[in-house]
Design a protein around this ligand. Structure first.
Ligand SMILES: [Zn+2]
Length: 306
């Protein structure tokens, strides 16, 4: 199947102080998944997490890094998506192979989210370039779908009121993923608003949420339905203002220099322990790229770290 462009479309419903974003992901999402060759059950949840991560993270013009992760689970131990303010996305997952196989066998290949992610937490982190303190919210992963878990997360953390829909599907032949999401966020009312106006805004917010709830998975993932058309269809009774779309790309920001910096923090004896066949090789968990350092380069790193 021909995959759509990978984009995020920001929009506003000004009268209700609501902002939103529509995300459609195709080839770039598949690029992330192909790089890893994870089992289908991991791909399914990772595709959804990437889509939610992009929807959640692309709301600021400030430069920084946004990380959404599920961590601490017994079977799927970690699933993480990083999104930069430039729209560059990378993601990876770690799991216990033996436990996952037992669970898949025991559940006829359809384990529930609760079984896969038992005891896990959802963590959302914002690291802005021009701010010293990072924002982080950690909430127990609770729900039977990732979207339910996210709504629980929004209620428990100090996020602005948020509503979200997400859908993914795979092509029966190519097994390519298609994913989409729409997120709505209620901004705080202006301080000079009257009580009446604030009440009206809250009513409007619930109207917007119920309109969002009417979108079908088919509409969300329909490649022939332009994002703007879908948004106008959904919110036609509201005064919606759609902004130009931004591109999302699969890209890892690891570099040889970054790895050298990390290595320079290790002691000389730790670095010596890492040497195999006269060299240290470091593979990035996100993009699988391997950097190799020979003896001379390791000596330079040791000197730099001193
Ligand atoms: Zn990388």
């Amino acid at each position: 199947m021909k995959l759509p462009n990978d984009i995020v479309v920001p929009f506003y419903i000004d009268e209700a102080q609501v902002r939103g974003r529509l995300v459609r992901l195709g080839s770039e999402l598949n690029q992330i998944l192909v790089n890893h060759s994870y089992p289908p059950i991991i791909n399914r949840y990772l595709a959804e997490l990437v889509t939610i991560g992009v929807a959640l993270s692309t709301d600021t013009k400030q430069e920084g890094l946004f990380t959404l992760q599920i961590t601490g689970g017994q079977i799927i131990k970690m699933m993480v998506v990083d999104v930069t303010s430039e729209g560059e996305v990378r993601a990876c997952a770690k799991w216990n192979e033996e436990s996952l196989n037992i669970l898949l066998e025991g559940t006829n290949n359809s384990p529930s989210l609760r079984e896969l992610f038992a005891n896990a937490f959802l963590v959302f982190t914002i690291d802005l370039v021009n701010k010293d303190d990072r924002y982080q919210a950690v909430v127990e992963l609770t729900g039977s779908t990732l979207s339910e878990c996210m709504h629980h997360f929004f209620r428990q953390s100090d996020q602005v009121p948020t509503g979200l829909v997400v859908g993914t599907q795979t092509d029966a032949i190519s097994e390519d993923y298609l994913a989409a999401s729409i997120i709505l966020q209620k901004l705080p009312p202006s301080s000079d608003f009257s009580e009446e106006k604030i009440e009206k805004e809250i009513d409007d917010w619930f109207t917007d949420l119920s309109l969002l709830g009417t979108v079908t998975k088919q509409e969300l993932l329909d490649k022939n339905l332009a994002p703007n058309t879908l948004l106008y269809q959904l919110f036609h009774e509201r005064n919606i203002r759609v902004l130009p779309s931004r591109e999302i790309v699969s890209k890892c920001y690891c570099s040889r220099q970054r790895i050298e910096e990390i290595l320079s923090n290790f002691s000389e004896s730790d670095l010596t322990d890492m040497i195999i066949d006269g060299k240290i090789s470091v593979t990035c968990e996100f993009c699988n790229e391997t950097q190799i350092f020979n003896k001379t380069e390791i000596d330079e790193i040791v000197q730099f770290g001193k």
